[in-house]
Design a protein. Structure first.
Length: 219
């Protein structure tokens, strides 16, 4: 029986880490596609405009100057967003701020989602790579648990520290029973939880009641 339990545990760990690796590779692929489709095209446009300006600098109009400035501003903004997606600038200085930055796109593009965010003002110093795992786990949880939900849905997120242990609580209240059942049975959630435990040496579990699922992350 001990051998069977070992093989089962090993297989579970293997599945969880393969899932985590797959999700991160997909993210890198999408970022690379975005660079090719957007940033490289923008850089080509800027370069082309500069070439034209060097030829036609005697007839330079105010509109033409503004057009070039807009291209450069957009290019710079895209680079800032890209760098924050790859590794948030606030991650090493303020983990609560990094979480709030992660949630900004969710707040802006999902009006049917009602977020209540409870973050501490100060946070302990910890390795940035561990904070990145926690941040990635939060993003994966939201991505898996909230896609294509059009009805009003409440999400409560709380970060706090208890006796040198970090605790992140994510409470999702679904609009109806069918949605609750659908998103509570997604197998990827098991892989997420197991991956978090392995990568942080922490704990992850959930509790369900009525239409509410509460996730607990400890590290």
């Amino acid at each position: 029986m001990s051998l069977v339990r070992f093989l089962t545990s090993y297989h579970s760990i293997q599945q969880a880490l393969q899932w985590w690796s797959y999700r991160q590779s997909i993210k890198l692929f999408l970022e690379a596609e975005k660079i090719r489709d957007d940033l490289l095209q923008d850089s080509f446009t800027i370069r082309r405009n500069l070439d034209l300006l060097s030829v036609d600098n005697l007839n330079l109009s105010g509109n033409r100057i503004q057009e070039c400035l807009n291209h450069i501003d957009n290019f710079h903004h895209s680079l800032v967003q890209l760098s924050d997606r790859l590794f948030p600038v606030s991650l090493q200085d303020s983990f609560p701020l990094a979480i709030e930055c992660l949630l900004e796109p969710w707040l802006a593009s999902n009006r049917q989602l009602y977020f209540q965010i409870d973050m501490p003002i100060y946070w302990r110093h910890e390795p940035a790579e561990r904070s990145l795992v926690v941040l990635t786990a939060l993003n994966e949880l939201l991505t898996i648990s909230l896609p294509e939900i059009l009805a009003p849905t409440s999400i409560y997120i709380n970060l706090k520290e208890q006796k040198d242990i970090g605790q992140l609580v994510v409470e999702i209240t679904y609009p109806n029973m069918s949605t609750f059942v659908l998103y509570s049975r997604i197998p990827e959630l098991k892989y997420l939880c197991e991956s978090f435990r392995l990568l942080t040496s922490g704990k992850c579990f959930r509790h369900s009641k009525n239409l509410k699922i509460t996730w607990y992350f400890y590290w």
